[in-house]
Design a protein around this ligand. Sequence first.
Ligand code: PLP
Length: 343
Amino acid sequence: MEALPAYKAGARPGGRLMHKLSSNELPYPPLPGVLAAVGEAAADLNRYPRMLADELADGIGLHHGVEAEQVVVAAGAVAVLGHALTAFVGEGDEVVYGWRSFEAYPILVGAAGAVATPVALAAGGRLDLPAMADAITERTRAVLVCSPNNPTGPAIHRGEFAEFMAQVPDDVLVVADEAYVDFVTDPQAVRADEILADHGNLISVRTFSKAYGLAGLRVGYALGRPRLIQAIRSVTTPFSVSALAEAAAVYSLQMGEALAQRVAGVVETRDFLVAGLTAEGWNIPDPQGNFVWLQLGVDAVPFSDACQRAGLLVRPFPGEGVRVSVGERLAAERLLEVAATWA
Ligand SMILES: *Cc1c(COP(=O)(O)O)cnc(C)c1O
């Protein structure tokens, strides 16, 4: 028996259920109506879906109060980001982003044949927008601004963003990656969809994977001026958003109240974590998404191992820190137990 792989032990250490806090997913199952909508759409699986999820684009337009021609939908925000780079960035061009930030950025920039210009974060895990503006050269075609920043947590403020936009040349695309915007409670935080009319070079990228809890279905979108959106549409893979995904997303857009309740639950647990960690002596960056960042340096991997022994699957960034998604209350309590022995 000892030769058997430790599959069960890995999944249920100490006989306890493992909490998956490593991918910033929503800890709740899909809303019952979502499953029904997906089931209904499944009856037509022999048919192609709409080419660019037009019904969903209409719904998103209504949701944000913009025309459908200001919306492009694709199979996840990562795909939207990739299409935006394909549309606006050529071989050898430069793309600026803060670092550490979303781990897909260097991959997408490389896949576009472009050169990455990562700019170190400022204190408190915040994007250093002045330094990012300074890093723009004649070769720069795009800047990726992740707010709230994954994995560190803080959101960009309206004032600093306005100063930044004033410094960015009009022909450089600014991509506000707002995957976690629904969890933001900081009243000063910028919401790019509110200022799209002021900027001809700004898009807001959103996803159904986080607050909407549909990570498994793959739907994301971008909002912006028709000229920008048209360019992204022209390189977006047709039929890539399945009819199941479109049906689930259309339905979810109408579930504002239920979703708001779930988001409020996440924020409540996040507040509980912040209070607990602070009381233990931790100094954590302001978490505005559904995750917290523990700056552990060389202790990142040992801390992650300790979490795993306690039944928590977290996300270590070796030598830097550990990102922990906000999940069930029980998982948060357990994280505080582990963190207390470390502080
Ligand atoms: C999770 C995440 C996304 C969402 O990606 P999908 O492809 O829609 O699942 C986008 N940007 C950031 C920063 C993220 O953390």
